[in-house]
Design a protein around this ligand. Structure first.
Ligand code: DHB
Length: 313
């Protein structure tokens, strides 16, 4: 019997967001997708999430923006991107010809900007859904400030929900004391799914200059170092919302991805692992298939939430 790895990430949405498999590439680590088409068959991925997109193009933060650390990488990109107009004109028409769904990650300084982005992307061919980034740690306004609090997170979600019929995923920050409260609030405000975690607040110091490495002082840590933190938060959130949860944070192997799925994630995103191995997401997908075949699991649904008390998804 052939394996069925398909997942529906927006069961409450009219359009739905059906993926052929649960392995997606995380925003900011896979460009606009086409950059990687020489390295792997991108059409085999479950979905691609493009770089965080703002209303106007952005140049991003001053260098340095990326520092390697034990078990991970600290980034301070500052939302460098081409802006939504160029995305609609240059990227979406290419995506429209692809089998793999592309989800656009959106970011703004104000709630109005998020709503405007959602409105502009509604009905654009080639855009299969939105991921609302209320968790960027590297900009002064918006970003993680919205995502740290249930009320503001819900307000952004509600505004986006009202502006589009596209499936809406809300990306959560670990840099809050109440991620379960934020998840519940965005689910109540109309999110179709949540993704977590974004990068963890971190910093580094340049001892020769006796100054912080990054212009914003703090930045965002991702990679294997954050995986156990992400796991605990995905497990927690999956227990309090009845919408699909997408797990990410340090996934570098199929075993990592399977852990997230058994913790209750319906899908996973591969992020900084792609820096080391551009094929990482596909290698992980193949590893999941191998595991399922080995254990006689025909449907992915058979292992989602398998590690939860009553096998609750
Ligand atoms: C950036 C970093 C993030 O972790 C994020 O969620 C969004 C943007 C950045 O610096 O560009």
């Amino acid at each position: 019997m052939p394996l069925d790895l398909s997942v529906q990430l927006a069961p409450k949405n009219k359009k739905g967001l059906r993926l052929a498999n649960p392995v997606m590439t995380a925003s900011g680590t896979f460009g606009y997708g086409m950059e990687y088409s020489q390295a792997l068959d991108i059409q085999k991925l479950g979905a691609i999430i493009c770089k965080g997109t703002t209303l106007e193009p952005r140049e991003g933060n001053p260098q340095p923006r990326l520092v390697e650390t034990a078990g991970g990488v600290i980034n301070s990109i500052g939302l460098q991107n081409i802006g939504v107009k160029a995305l609609i004109k240059e990227k979406a028409p290419v995506w429209a010809k692809w089998r793999v769904p592309v989800i656009v990650n959106i970011a703004g300084d104000t709630i109005t900007e998020y709503a405007e982005l959602a409105k502009k992307l509604d009905g654009v061919k080639g855009v299969s859904g939105l991921e609302v980034n209320i968790s960027c740690p590297n900009v002064k306004a918006g970003g993680a400030l919205f995502g740290a609090n249930p009320d503001t997170a819900a307000a952004v979600t509600k505004a986006v929900r009202a502006a589009t019929s596209l499936p809406v995923i809300v990306k959560l920050t670990p840099n809050t004391g109440d991620i379960a409260g934020v998840a519940r609030a965005v689910a109540g405000a109309g999110a179709d799914a949540v993704s977590l975690i974004n990068s963890v607040k971190a910093m580094a110091i340049d001892i020769s200059r006796r100054r912080p490495v990054f212009s914003n002082v703090t930045a965002g840590l991702s990679g294997p170092a954050v995986k156990p933190i992400a796991m605990a938060l995905v497990y927690e959130v999956a227990g309090v919302v009845d919408i699909p949860v997408i797990g990410l944070g340090g996934i570098a192997t199929a075993a990592d991805a399977l852990e997230f799925i058994m913790a209750g994630a319906s899908a996973v995103q591969v992020g900084s692992a792609t820096y080391r191995n551009p094929r990482a997401a596909l290698d992980i997908l193949e590893g999941i298939e191998w595991f399922m075949a080995k254990d006689g699991i025909n449907k992915l649904a058979g292992i989602i939430g398998a590690a939860r008390p009553a096998g609750k998804a």
